[in-house]
Design a protein around this ligand. Structure first.
Ligand SMILES: [Fe+2]
Length: 333
């Protein structure tokens, strides 16, 4: 199978992954986790919503958490476009392609467009979010993991190829991918980017669509360790890591927030700007793709994720399982 190739002249200009909208049952528990444990800046608490941002960020929010009863869900993942003209072109493009769109009012954002991607992931596109002062050089605010800025989303996809073709048509470029062993690039996962580093959107095979995690970059490796120490002292479990991903070269750690939403904190990415950047293939059975050193992730890291409202997950079209901690240990003894 030929690998999907990015459209070099996309119909509109998506610049980056920018924000996520989650729900939670207890906003104070969310505030404690994100601000006190991980070190996020609280931009605002208003109208049953908690708005958070990283230290570097100039946008009012990169995480919005809305108080809602019932099971916690991810309402939207947010992508920034360059200008409002791009938004208008996006609306035309999606309508012509049979993707229903909706213009919505969102606090602290300019014109905002809602649309679902080809596998049902609810997207929110906007060009403007209210600008606020960066805390980048206010080092007295650095605590927890000192999260700097949102970097990417990972979506569990029931059809990775279909999802990848949606994003490559919008100009996303493939940097790395995982394929079934021995296959001619039968896609299990794709790492897709717009901003010139390894990824903005990752699609991984499984019951989808669901949000597997969203990720923030941190300044230094010691911030990963300090976040683990703070989490330990505040009785907040670390889900996975620290470790080093083969894919993307990220030094990483994963936490689950009080409602089960998964967040990755990492550093160590590389640039991927030149047109000649050839996508790197990893075989699914190669445990170094997920973790260069240490043990593989437990099975729940692969199987558990945040659902999107109105999008019941469906079984994946590809039946291929990665190596889990449980299967790895079972084969050792
Ligand atoms: Fe990630």
């Amino acid at each position: 199978m030929a690998l999907p190739v990015a459209n070099p002249h996309p119909p509109f200009n998506i610049t980056r992954a920018s924000h996520v909208v989650l729900t939670a049952r207890d906003l104070e528990a969310s505030r404690v986790f994100y601000a006190d444990v991980l070190g996020f800046i609280v931009s605002e608490i208003a109208d049953d919503a908690l708005y958070l941002r990283g230290l570097e960020e100039r946008a009012h929010h990169s995480i919005t958490i809305r108080r809602e009863a019932g099971p916690a869900v991810c309402r939207r993942i947010g992508l920034r476009v360059f200008t409002d003209d791009d938004l208008a072109r996006a609306a035309d493009y999606f309508q012509q392609g049979g993707f229903p769109v909706r213009w919505v009012e969102v606090p602290h954002q300019g014109k905002t467009l809602h649309v679902d991607d080809a596998i049902g992931t609810p997207l929110e596109l906007c060009a403007e979010i209210d600008e606020v002062p960066t805390k980048l050089q206010e080092f007295h605010h650095y605590k927890g993991a000192s999260p700097l800025r949102l970097d990417h989303f990972q979506i569990v996809a029931q059809d990775v190829l279909k999802g990848t073709l949606f994003y490559t048509a919008l100009g996303f470029r493939l940097t790395e991918y995982t394929a079934s062993d021995g296959s001619r690039d039968e896609l299990w996962g794709t790492w897709l980017q717009r901003k010139g580093n390894p990824h903005d959107v990752v699609l991984s095979n499984g019951r989808g669509p669901r949000l597997h995690h969203f990720a923030f970059t941190v300044p230094e490796s010691r911030d990963i360790i300090h976040a683990c120490d703070v989490a330990g002292s505040l009785r907040c479990p670390v889900e996975r890591g620290p470790g080093r991903h083969g894919i993307g070269n990220a030094l990483f750690v994963y936490f689950r927030d009080p409602d089960g939403h998964r967040i990755e904190l990492f550093l160590g990415h590389y640039q991927a700007i030149d047109a000649s950047h050839t996508p790197m293939r990893w075989d699914l059975s190669d445990t170094r793709r997920s973790q260069l050193w240490g043990l593989p992730a437990r099975a729940t890291w692969f199987s558990e994720a945040s659902e999107f409202p109105g999008q019941p997950p469906t079984a994946p079209s590809l039946h291929a399982d990665p190596v889990t901690l449980e299967t790895f240990l079972a084969n050792q003894y």
